[in-house]
Design a protein around this ligand. Sequence first.
Ligand code: NAP
Length: 547
Amino acid sequence: MTAQPAPSGTADKSAAVDVVVVGAGFAGLYALHRLRRQGLSVRVFEAAAGVGGVWYWNRYPGARCDVESVDYSYSFDSALEQEWNWTEKYATQPEILAYLNHVADRFDLRRDISFETRVTDMVLDEKTLRWEVRTDRGDVVSARFCILAVGPLSNANIPAIEGLDSFAGEVYHTAHWPHEGVDFTGKRVGVIGTGSSGIQAIPHIAKEAAQLYVFQRTPNYSVPAGNIPLDDETRAAQKAGYAERRRLSMLSGGGSPHQPHPESALDVSAEELRQTYERRWELGGVLFSKAFPDQLVTIEANDTARLFWEQKVRAVIDDPAVADVLIPKDHPIGAKRICTDDNYFQTFNRDNVSLVNLRATPIERIDASGLDTTEAHYDLDALVLATGFDAMTGSVQKLNVVGRGGRTLNEAWAEGPATYLGLGVPGFPNLFNIAGPGAPSVLANMVLHSELHLNWVADAIAFLDARSAPAIEAREDAAAEWVAECTRRAAETLMPQANSWYLGANIPGKPRVFMPFVGGFGVYGEIIADVAAAGYNGFDIHQDLTA
Ligand code: NAP
């Protein structure tokens, strides 16, 4: 064991620790707590000024989780589960951030986190199998293990639109929203992007702005968020049933306790089909995509969900011509992450809101006064970029990670992210990536997923320590097989049929690989548990430094 690092702010700039963790979001905080409990010294580096990760940065109006609060929360401490009171079924960004701050204080996590510190380089010393980690604040830390807890949706995508820099008005990205908030009252506002972030923000911006132009390139499926306040009785019942709720979540497809209908969407009566979708519609959140087990497997089953959705949505849009532009036609429902909203489609009934169809009239350029499409000029005071992320790999690839033979992780992933179980990368011993490519990642509840991954990592470290083995390293053949397995499973679903960020399709030039493991959260949990129980097959356990 090495000594505990000095506290944040007064940190020794050249320290040695057991573990460096990059990121202090849900995963990074739990990594610190879990590994510290195991007697390891841990240093966390976080670029933001506070904890929270994605929930620290994404403060746009309407930001809210699409997984129920009771499920989107840590399970590792039952006292924490019992003492925290979620006020709404689907928590807002401020409430989730307050929860994470509470966790950081309750478990005394801050003393091992260096805030406003960005990791720049992580370089393997092949002789010692230790990592040298450098930061933009001059830290040089030697670590035996590195945990990348940078989040799959943390590297904002700024679109390459000609003249964007010349715009004289205000420009905001949903993923870097000002902490003091933005007042759009009386302003002419343009929003580019109609994914989850845009769809959540647009109804709120519309209420303030004098005029709102929504620049839509691809329409998206969105279901009502279904948010409601939680009363004491509901909260008490949830808390009383927590153990069972967690058990079901860990076995489920996506990390929530709700099970799909046991039969195919094509085998049930018309009435049962309707009622099942109706129940999911009422539940709100992303689980509308998982009402039936074959909904994302056959286009016939998917069509039943799509038709139900379309009927619901057309019913709330006044102008059928506007509805035609808002209804997706290019991908199965759920093949891109379904969005959740608070009166998004109804927003287009407002007099101060205009939908601009970029498929018909693409953006040509932005100038000081506003935005030009091929058809018109739009005068704007403010521009909101709800243009998403270089997802899954973007934040990892910003770190200069250099493994065996001087090969960088970016070189290793040039054709797409190759991992074994999403956890290990050949040539990068003792480096673990959390809830990223090769794992269920964004297809699952990220809180429980982070816990699952970090418990596995902590056990792997204990396994090494029990044998005085310096390192664990994914094998090339195991990673190649795992990548093939992930690709094969994805190909058996409708998921690759959408041009989604799951495939990297939103970033020009990015290799087109379906990155998450689609086989289900519970199935994945069993796979990684079996690998551990079998002595980490597919990994080399290095017994000495020359191995
Ligand atoms: P996104 O889903 O990638 O959406 C980005 C939007 O920007 C798309 O409509 C895209 O159009 C558009 N866009 C990008 N570049 C453009 C350009 N050059 N010109 C015109 N339009 C452009 O990003 P997001 O909305 O931030 O959501 C990302 C993910 O974050 C979600 O899928 C979800 O997993 C997560 N998220 C979750 C919540 C929640 O829990 N409720 C909220 C927000 C985000 P195209 O589709 O045509 O590329």
